[in-house]
Design a protein around this ligand. Structure first.
Ligand SMILES: Cc1cc2nc3c(=O)[nH]c(=O)nc-3n(C[C@H](O)[C@H](O)[C@H](O)COP(=O)(O)OP(=O)(O)OC[C@H]3O[C@@H](n4cnc5c(N)ncnc54)[C@H](O)[C@@H]3O)c2cc1C
Length: 441
């Protein structure tokens, strides 16, 4: 019977190496803020490249990929165990070659790209020589992709792209943008109206209106993009014409669960900080850890994290088992729904137990809380994913034909009595005797 929660000892050694490496080498570089510098900057070359070399030497580079793409082919469960560590440290995904949005973009280029597109973008992306952006969401709405208006019109052998997109993460340093545009507005299948394009960032007509920051960020990095008569050749199309929606689903499925794996790491970090504070901080009567209401917050946080982590790991296991994201849509949507709430609740308890220090900019909790809100919006809002879960759950149910449900107790009892008439008669006789004796009292 295969039902095992143990980590293989050999892989555990790698996880232990990751823990140590993150604390001693990656976290300090994260605190420097090197992440804002592009891959070609001196700071990046000096600080990040040597760390990436160490990861490669350990055989831990780009573990989300199979060996044919330079990854390790570990599968999603091992990736989940790695990602819950990488999630604790800002720059860790960059150092380990699995940073969004490049991971997802590389994945779709690997699946749908032409040999020329792979040559030009895939390998440089996988080697982190260049970075990319994913330009899907529009200022007028992102949850409903059928409402997108950015268009690509064929003019001879060129596409002319016009429209606005925003929240194109990483647009600042991106070499290439994956752009969603409507190519077939009258297609009878609304899901086949959009196509995906690979647009070099420096193409004339690609303009950044401004960089939008998240929360109180002073230096935003979410590109508000304007595409004005952007001309790209016919073969800038990624995949088939009209396939943007289908390709996007492949990409986002993996991305959502990888975010969840890293969120486990953030929640664990918040819980660790909370517990450390609880045993360190004292009031007149002793440690705050000894107050029952503090213990309640710690217990609730630990339980919520364990439940969430098991859901994430089970989802990862199912992805490995079925090797088809469509078969795990419910699980991925459920993980996506659970993620912002668990993250929010644990970060908020951790913040609260730190008192004034907790709400200050000297601890990471405000960022975590904002991060939890982002997790409820980015890659689709919670409501949309709840609908997916509910629809998938409901698929297993057929309507009752009777007025009363099939699990209606009188009906069940009647069926049981028909099936076991002797026992039913005996019980009835016993009950009548019992009722008579009660009446006689
Ligand atoms: C930090 C960050 C990074 C991002 N990075 C990228 C990126 O790199 N590329 C990219 O293309 N996009 C990116 N996004 C955008 C993200 O995908 C969208 O924000 C998301 O799809 C929601 O779209 P919206 O913001 O337009 O919200 P809207 O569509 O305006 O929705 C607003 C609210 O309306 C409600 N709502 C909407 N639809 C439904 C429904 N069907 N049922 C019930 N309620 C509903 C929900 O409460 C929802 O939160 C990013 C967003 C953030 C916050």
């Amino acid at each position: 019977m295969a039902w095992d929660f143990e980590t293989e000892p050999e892989f555990q050694k790698k996880l232990d190496w990751i823990d140590e490496f993150l604390d001693t080498e990656v976290d300090p570089v994260t605190q420097l803020g090197v992440g804002y510098a592009g891959v070609k900057s001196k700071a990046y070359q000096k600080a990040i490249r040597p760390l990436q070399a160490k990861v490669k030497a350990q055989g831990l580079w780009a573990c989300h990929l199979g060996p044919e793409l330079g990854g390790q082919g570990y599968g999603q469960v091992k990736l989940a165990l790695m990602n819950e560590r990488l999630g604790r440290v800002g720059l860790a995904p960059v150092v380990f070659g699995c940073q969004a949005p490049d991971t997802g973009n590389a994945e779709i280029i690997a699946h749908y790209g032409t040999p020329e597109q792979k040559e030009k973008y895939l390998w440089p992306l996988l080697n982190n020589e260049i970075t990319s952006g994913y330009s899907m969401t529009e200022p007028q709405g992102g949850s409903d992709p059928l409402g997108f208006t950015t268009s690509a019109v064929l003019d001879g052998n060129e596409w002319a792209i016009n429209g606005e997109k925003w929240f194109t993460s990483g647009a600042r340093n991106a070499e290439v943008l994956v752009v969603y545009a409507v190519t077939d507005p009258d297609h009878k299948d609304p899901y086949k109206r959009m196509s995906m394009f690979l647009v070099p960032r420096k193409t004339p007509g690609v303009e950044v209106v401004r960089y939008v920051g998240v929360g109180t960020e002073r230096r935003g990095s979410e590109g508000y993009m304007r595409y004005t008569d952007v001309r790209v050749p016919y073969d800038a199309l990624l995949g088939e014409r009209g396939a943007a929606f289908a390709i996007g689903q492949t990409r986002l499925g993996g991305g959502r669960v990888h975010h969840a794996m890293r969120t486990v790491g953030q929640c664990k970090k918040a819980l660790d900080l909370m517990c450390k504070r609880a045993v360190s901080r004292t009031t007149r009567t002793g440690r705050i850890a000894d107050y029952q209401m503090v213990q309640e917050q710690i217990a609730d946080s630990w339980i919520a994290l364990e439940q969430f982590r098991l859901l994430v790991l089970q989802t990862a296991w199912r992805i490995d088992k079925y090797k088809d994201y469509r078969k795990v849509r419910k699980d991925i949507a459920a993980v996506k729904v659970a993620m912002p709430k668990v993250y929010h609740d644990i970060a908020s308890a951790a913040m609260h137990l730190h008192g004034a220090l907790g709400v200050s900019n000297e601890m990471p909790f405000t960022q975590m809380l904002l991060g939890s809100m982002v997790m409820g919006i980015a890659d689709g809002p919670t409501e949309v994913h709840k609908v997916t879960v509910a629809k998938q759950v409901l698929r297993d149910y057929r309507p009752d034909n009777d007025l009363f449900p099939s699990y209606h107790l009188p009906k069940l009892r009647e069926a049981a009595e028909d099936r076991y008439p002797d026992i039913a008669a005996e019980l009835k006789a016993q009950w009548e005797t019992h009722a008579e004796s009660i009446d006689a009292l």
